[in-house]
Design a protein around this ligand. Sequence first.
Ligand SMILES: [Zn+2]
Length: 356
Amino acid sequence: MTATRVDAEVIRRLPKAVLHDHLDGGLRPATVVELADAVGHTLPTTDPDELAAWYFEAANSGDLVRYIATFEHTLAVMQTREGLLRTAEEYVLDLAADGVVYGEVRYAPELNTNGGLMLAEVVETVQEGLAAGMVKAAAAGTPVRVGTLLCGMRMFDRVREAADLAVAFRDAGVVGFDIAGAEDGFPPADHLDAFEHLRRESVPFTIHAGEAHGLPSIHQALQVCGAQRIGHGVRLTEDIVDGKLGRLAGWVRDRRIALEMCPTSNLQTGAATSIAEHPITALKDLGFRVTLNTDNRLVSGTTMTREMSLLVDQADWTVEDLRTVTVNALKSAFIPFDERGALIEDVVLPGYEAAL
Ligand SMILES: [Zn+2]
């Protein structure tokens, strides 16, 4: 079969799946402005276009810690029931508009309690907003299923509490768990008790690893903590020399462990140097289960359509490649096997047929 090139409008219509996208990194600029005004929070600018540009510039520092610092202004408007309901609902509608049919949203409830909400109230409120968004998206003819990953912040001491929440809400829309925040200096095994608890409770989890820190972080996430997926994992290429896989890279490929790769975000934090040379292409060609993700749509100024277009334009990706990473994402999604299969067979594959 000859490879098929695609243009941006075709890409927008393709069914997509995203496994790695932060709720607090994906707000609409206009919503941040309105909610900040309502709660009396001062922003760098109150013009939505200027704010979007400010985020992109501020996040373009080449440093993960400074990238994360930009979240101050989104988190400031996510401390009330109104703020959480609105941002969660809009999150779903924005995914639907981008052609996403399955998404996993992640956030750390401990960062949403400054307004007095209890952790459980935060989770209940976000689920309420997501559910409202899913109803509206379906009514508009663009159904999208969104599952939630709760995060603990790896540099703080509430990771076990977040894990307990994931267990408590597993039948109420939460499908898995993650740890987020500064990777360097905060290894995954610091939170081994939380991961052991999740394993005993059979709750799946992913871990941000191999972004700011290298192979030891990925090794620990998989072989000590027991993660089923890896967030980013770009530095796994350090275990591949001239196409020959080391033991850890071999484990990841052979066990079909999904890598949640986020090209634009990696350029901004300095974890990768260009789209053309981003490790996602080499890892895909070596048969790894790579998935394509946005990470933070507002902060990185991106969408799934944009990430796909960048790879098509700058790394010679074909529509078959886009279909592969979409199917990969669904194969490794944290929802039940039969639901994943139905999305692949009934939505993704026919959607690709129809779009071409
Ligand atoms: Zn992330």
